[in-house]
Ligand binder design. Structure first.
Ligand code: ZN
Length: 475
């Protein structure tokens, strides 16, 4: 028997957009069919008239219960992050299992699973993060991680912050040699690389230059984490990706040079992908000049207005595959405590706005197609990270993760629109269109502003990346 029919909405499926009914049986989509064609005793009919019906959003990049640099605090826990994500139309979150000295890959995954299991309202998985000089015995563990459903591996080509202040065994930078080793293993095992690519020589040189010139106010973040750094590092990583054949996803693309490098590689048929962040797409380095302008900061940095526009071009026309947040939710006090380029807190306060901002800024204000909107908020991340087709599609057999967006909502965002944190960079923004109803595996979890999710109801979703995604630019 059909438990739920979502009726009367404009439905975005992998094969097009149309006025269809979506039928749900248990936790799965049973059918997407012409209005009225699904016979049945139906448990419930949910009226979606006037709504856009899309697959649940997938957050590719979040730091949940993660240590906050320079403090002994953690970012917001799964309970808070997952609840607010569901309010915002995101039904699956991907964070990071962090390998490092004394913590091998199985231990890192176990630690994350313990953190999330029984504590999340939405579904989730973890990327494996590899730090520093990665020992061969760690590289040898990558195969089991892929087999166990964790086929994505994150590395950094920079230490991000001034290296003098970071103990040697806490440095993140993975050199080109170790990156080659990790990429070769990823290719052999069916894994995909997530890369935070910045040129560490440039970053460290610029920190020292600004210190020398006594010019370290946080407003100069984009001078340290600059366009040339992104350009050099993306192209160096791409050369290693080309030598090894490794499928690679660049996290938080921030500059025009990054978009161009990805496009060129994809033009050669390489399996290269990239994300940007919703704050990078909507703010620029001029916003740093505001009194509390550090609240906009996420590493690498906001760039110029021209860069911001190129990110939208990538999102709408191609070159950027997904919209992420780099969620790293702290209080306003913690977010604004750092006053210089040496100590500003990175990360974004909440994944809740991701789907709504992409709809409002992309679809409503710039004419992004609904299909492309679904690609950058859900389907592409699902394909690249291996959730697809269980997640990321309104199609028979997929999980019934369904979001209704009301395109007629016009309002100025305030903290009443958010369910996490004590501030938001989106306060005061005028939006057109916002998610209003969220269904997770067949259960209506957000409706009419009310939350009906079950504590601990989120599931760990095993992932496997399609060979097509690993071989060529498949989305
Ligand atoms: Zn991050």
């Amino acid at each position: 028997m059909i438990d739920l029919i979502v009726r009367g909405g404009q439905v975005v499926t992998p094969w097009g957009v149309g006025d269809w009914d979506v039928a749900v049986e248990g936790e799965k989509i049973a059918a997407v069919a012409s209005p009225g064609s699904i016979p049945a005793e139906v448990g419930r009919v949910l009226d979606a008239s006037g709504m856009i019906v899309v697959p649940g959003g997938i957050e590719p990049h979040a730091h949940v219960s993660a240590p906050v640099a320079g403090t002994n605090l953690l970012t917001a826990p799964p309970e808070e992050v997952s609840r607010s994500a569901l309010f915002g139309g995101t039904t699956t979150i991907t964070d990071f299992a962090i390998q490092g000295p004394g913590v091998d890959i199985p231990a890192a995954i176990q630690e994350r699973t313990d953190t999330w299991k029984g504590h999340s309202y939405c579904d989730y998985s973890h990327h494996v993060m590899l730090l520093g000089e990665i020992p061969p015995e760690i590289i040898a563990q990558m195969n089991d991680a892929v087999v166990d459903g964790f086929p994505t591996f994150k590395i950094f080509t920079t230490n991000i912050r001034p290296v003098a202040g970071i103990p040697v065994d806490e440095r993140r930078l993975v050199g080109m040699g170790h990156l080659t080793g990790v990429m070769e293993e990823a290719v052999t095992r069916g894994g995909l690389m997530f890369v935070h690519a910045e040129d560490d020589d440039i970053v460290q040189y610029m920190y020292n230059k600004l210190i020398r010139e006594e010019n370290t106010e946080w407003q100069n973040m984009h001078v340290v984490h600059n366009n040339m750094s992104e350009d050099l590092s993306f192209r160096r990583v791409l050369r290693v990706a080309e030598w090894t054949g490794a499928a690679t996803y660049f996290v938080h693309v921030s500059a025009k040079e990054g978009v161009d490098a990805i496009q060129e590689a994809r033009g050669k048929g390489m399996p290269i992908y990239g994300e940007t962040l919703h704050n990078y797409a909507c703010f620029n380095s001029d916003n740093y000049k505001e009194e509390d302008g550090m609240k906009y900061h996420t590493y690498p940095s906001l760039k110029s207005e021209e860069d911001r526009k190129s990110l939208w071009e990538g999102l709408i026309k191609g070159g950027i595959n997904s919209m992420a947040t780099d969620e790293y939710c702290t209080s306003y006090a913690v977010k604004t405590q750092g006053r210089s380029v040496l100590d500003v807190t990175g990360g974004h306060n909440g994944a809740e706005a991701r789907v709504g901002i992409t709809f409002s800024e992309g679809v409503s204000k710039q004419g992004m197609s609904l299909q492309r909107f679904v690609d950058v908020t859900s389907a592409n991340a699902a394909k690249i990270m291996g959730y697809y087709p269980r997640k990321g599609a309104l199609a028979p057999g997929s999980d019934a993760d369904i979001v209704l967006i009301d395109p007629s909502i016009r309002k100025t965002l305030s903290m009443n629109d958010f369910h996490i944190g004590d501030y938001s960079v989106w306060e005061g923004r005028d939006i057109i269109g916002w998610p209003v109803t969220t269904i997770l595996r067949g259960k209506v979890v957000v409706e009419n502003g009310q939350f009906h999710g079950a504590g601990g109801g989120g599931q760990l979703i095993p992932r496997k990346i399609d060979q097509d995604v690993l071989n060529r630019p498949a989305c």
